[in-house]
Design a protein around this ligand. Sequence first.
Ligand code: UT7
Length: 332
Amino acid sequence: MDSKRKARIIGTGTYLPSKILKNSDLEKVVETSDEWIVTRTGMRERRIASETEYSSTMGLIASKDAIKNAGIKAEDIELIVVATATPDYIFPSTATVIQSGLEGCKAPAFDIQAACAGFLYGLSIVRSYIESGMYKHVLLVASEKLSSIVNYKDRATCVLFGDGAAACVVSAEGKGLQINDICLGADGGPAETLGVIAGGCRHPSSEETVKNDMHYLTMNGQEVFKNAVRCMESMTNNCLDKLAIKPDDISWFVPHQANIRIIEALSKRLGIPDERIFKTIHKYGNTSASSVPIALHELLQKHTIDTGELLLFTAFGAGLTYASSVLEQINH
Ligand code: UT7
């Protein structure tokens, strides 16, 4: 690797479907209440893709936005990586479908699967391509149509998830957010903890799998909650220690938006005050891989980040996978 070449995010973009699903709408389909959802999760509403919106179409709009904001052209993109747990198809990859919609772009394209930690896993991959000197501009997309795998009869999960996409251009040069470090982890465990059991080669889709609701997402919420706080805390501390920095040095904390109580428990343990945490959970719910980059894009729209300021990302998801990253605003 060229040790002087540092990857940085030079442009971001998002797409959120226009349809809003409120807590009061969910009260009509399952036995729940606005009060339970708000106090147990912090969520008030989430976006739901239409029948003709897919991870590829949402990801494509977010990609065009990111490319425009980066000040480059689609033909400058040399690689496309898409993080998604809800691809359009098992194959071909959603990345290739997105590529076909980017005029003039003939870049190689592939998907990665690390569930809610997918954006940060993807960031570590594209960073390596940039810092090895192989590519100058890479497009990283996170896009999820979680409503396609949510069981709207299961109150324990259907209130949690929403749809949406985000993209960023990661480059070898230019003003933006330099990736100072990324730390990745995984505690491989049973798919039943959090997963979609059918549709793969172990349980191919059949009448039986559909009858048993195995094509829907299932989750052991309490197990996931406990591990989420523990793993994101340890991975974040690893990352801060490697860079010899403290939580006080962080200007903005952008955590995965899965539950407000997870965010609060985590930030309390890390010692990051509420005014430095960026949240979108109340309006978008959990958008899996898209949650950190959607929040990042909105943070950059709302606040100016000065040169030298540090951002901290962390995410946790099925697998169990988790990751943390520190980025620094640079001016060149
Ligand atoms: O992005 C990937 C990572 N995902 C996560 O990090 C999610 C992690 N887990 C969580 O966020 C929480 O565990 C949940 C929000 C899923 C659940 O909250 P909880 O405080 O752990 O609730 P619980 O599962 O312990 O359930 C408590 C009660 C139960 O009733 P009983 O048995 O005490 O009578 C549930 O049946 O709440 C009930 N309940 C609900 N009640 C009203 C569960 N879901 C609902 C609901 N509305 N939607």
